[in-house]
Structures are given as structure tokens and as C-alpha cells.
Design a binder for this molecule. Structure first.
Ligand code: NDP
Ligand code: 8X3
Length: 252
């Protein structure tokens, strides 16, 4: 089987680490994201090793998603692995202080964006059949309620259930579906969530040992390269130094 990975959000964090990991193993790569300069840098870094196609893509725009996928050069068209990674959290404040725009941006990106790319690539993945994969980046936030998680965690609960439901419909096609659910991982995630607050980033990831982007990319690569008859439905991965907290109680 030709091995071609289509990665959303390849300009940073898990997506960029996946680009490096899959390149190491000789996969052809379609790398997408909104920041063109970063896509160019990534292509420069990897194209001596493997074929790389980059496309500026905002996953929220279904027409743009379809256009990018329809315009894939022949050598990249037969995608065998979709890594639905593009996503973000915004507004860590309590729900009652968050702007509706921020909620919509999370839903538009993490839910609609993921659905847009999946819908556009499903026929291709089904054509490739056994051994192909859809790997959706969910989160432990799908299951763990915590203050400030509001819509973000709810979008990731969608990712989990959508992944399971896709499995049902894809039964018989050979296409695998996995929801990867990472915990604390040091990327640009917290800078984005806090509107660029470097102090918040340093406090969250300081004095502990979070996952690195490479740790998560390794799990994604593992899932993508299992024998064709094996499907990991959900893979939750946390740093050893993270666990769940107690219930909060309001007292007089
Ligand atoms: P980063 O902020 O480092 O990377 C996010 C990536 O998503 C960037 O490449 C960004 O690219 C892309 N992206 C955001 N919005 C859009 C959009 N509208 N269209 C296309 N691409 C977009 O964070 P992470 O690597 O940590 O995040 C990757 C995924 O992992 C997300 O889905 C996140 O929710 C999830 N996650 C993160 C965890 C963590 O602790 N870090 C834990 C669990 C899950 P660009 O801005 O160039 O478009
Ligand atoms: C991000 C992980 O713990 O910040 O999805 O919710 S967490």
C-alpha cells in the first residue's frame, strides 16, 4: 500500500511532530494549516527525505477543504491516513464570562472543521480500504469536567462519539478509526488558549513533566502502522505526573 498521510494543523505541536515522525518512516505527506510560512519551513525541512505537498487550509471552510482535496496532485491523492489534528481551546475563564464568538470558534474548528475534512476524504480512504485510517485528535477533556473546559471539552466529546459512530458505518470497508485523547502536553495550545499569555504557559508546564508533541506523535504513528486488522478505538495518554482531581464543593 502507498502510504500517504494527510495532516491538519501541521504547523505546530502534534501536527508538526507527526509530519516529522511519518517522514522518518518514509510516508508521503500532505501538510495543511493556516500559516503558510510554517508550512514552507516544514516542506523545506522534510522534502529531501519524502514527497511533501503543502496546502494553506482553514478547516472551518468546507468549500476550501473540498477544493484542496480535489486539487491534490496525483502522487498525493490516494490518502491512506487522515490525521484530524487541527484544533484549539480558547477562553479558559468560567463559561459565564466567555464570549459567544470564542465558543463558536471552538465548535467551528474542532467539530465542523474535523467533520469537513473527514467528509471530503472518506471516499478516498474507503477506496484505499484495509490498512487506511482516520485518526482524530480528541482529548482527556472530553471526559474530565473541569472549570473553564465548557465548550472545549464538549467539542472533544463530539470527537470521541463521532469516531465511535464512524466505526459503525465503516464496518466492512477496512478503514480504521481512532480517537486519540492526550492529557497535558506542551505545545502552543496554552498560548492559544490564553491569548498569548507566556506566564500561563510557563506555569502550566513548569516544574512538572508534560507530554511532548513527539510523545503524542509516536502514539498516532503507532496507531497508523498497526496491522490492518487491528483498530484501536480510543487511546488516552497522559503524562505520569498528571491525574484527576477531587470533586469541588461549594460551602458556606
Ligand atoms: P498547537 O496550538 O500547537 O497546534 C494547533 C494546530 O491546529 C496548529 O497547527 C494550527 O495551525 C491548527 N489550527 C487551529 N485552527 C485551525 C484552523 N481553523 N484551520 C486549520 N488549522 C488550524 O496545539 P496542539 O498541537 O496541542 O493541538 C493539536 C490538537 O491536539 C488540537 O486538536 C488540540 O485540541 C488537541 N489536544 C491538545 C492537548 C495539549 O495539551 N496540547 C491535549 C489534548 C488534545 P494554524 O494556526 O497554522 O492554522
Ligand atoms: C487539552 C488537554 O487537560 O488542557 O485537550 O484539557 S487539557
Amino acid at each position: 500500500m502507498n502510504r500517504i498521510a494527510f495532516i491538519t494543523g501541521a504547523t505546530s505541536g502534534f501536527g508538526r511532530a507527526c509530519a516529522h515522525r511519518f517522514a522518518e518512516a518514509g510516508w508521503s505527506l500532505v501538510l495543511t494549516g493556516r500559516r503558510e510560512e510554517r508550512l514552507n519551513e516544514l516542506r523545506e525541512a522534510l522534502q529531501d527525505r519524502v514527497p511533501v505537498h503543502t496546502a494553506v487550509l482553514d478547516v472551518r471552510d468546507a468549500d476550501e477543504v473540498k477544493a484542496v482535496i480535489d486539487a491534490l496532485p496525483e502522487a498525493f491523492a490516494a490518502v491512506t491516513c487522515l490525521v484530524n489534528n487541527a484544533g484549539l481551546a480558547l477562553a479558559p475563564q468560567p463559561a459565564q464570562r466567555v464570549s459567544l464568538d470564542d465558543w463558536h470558534t471552538m465548535i467551528d474548528t474542532n467539530v465542523s472543521g474535523l467533520v469537513n475534512v473527514t467528509h471530503a476524504l472518506l471516499p478516498t480512504l474507503i477506496d484505499q480500504g484495509a490498512g487506511s485510517s482516520i485518526i482524530n485528535v480528541g482529548s482527556v477533556a472530553a471526559d474530565a469536567p473541569y472549570p473553564g473546559n465548557h465548550v472545549y471539552g464538549a467539542t472533544k466529546a463530539f470527537v470521541r462519539q463521532f469516531s465511535y459512530n464512524l466505526r459503525c458505518d465503516l464496518l466492512g470497508t477496512g478503514v480504521r478509526v481512532t480517537d486519540i485523547a492526550p492529557g497535558l502536553a506542551e505545545t502552543e495550545f496554552t498560548l492559544v488558549r490564553t491569548g498569548g499569555d507566556r506566564g500561563a504557559h510557563d506555569t502550566l508546564y513548569g516544574d512538572t513533566t508534560p507530554l511532548g508533541a513527539e510523545d503524542v506523535a509516536e502514539q498516532i504513528f503507532h496507531v497508523a502502522t498497526l496491522p490492518a486488522h487491528v483498530n484501536i478505538n480510543r487511546l488516552e495518554v497522559m503524562p505520569v505526573r498528571q491525574a484527576w482531581g477531587p470533586f469541588a464543593i461549594d460551602r458556606d
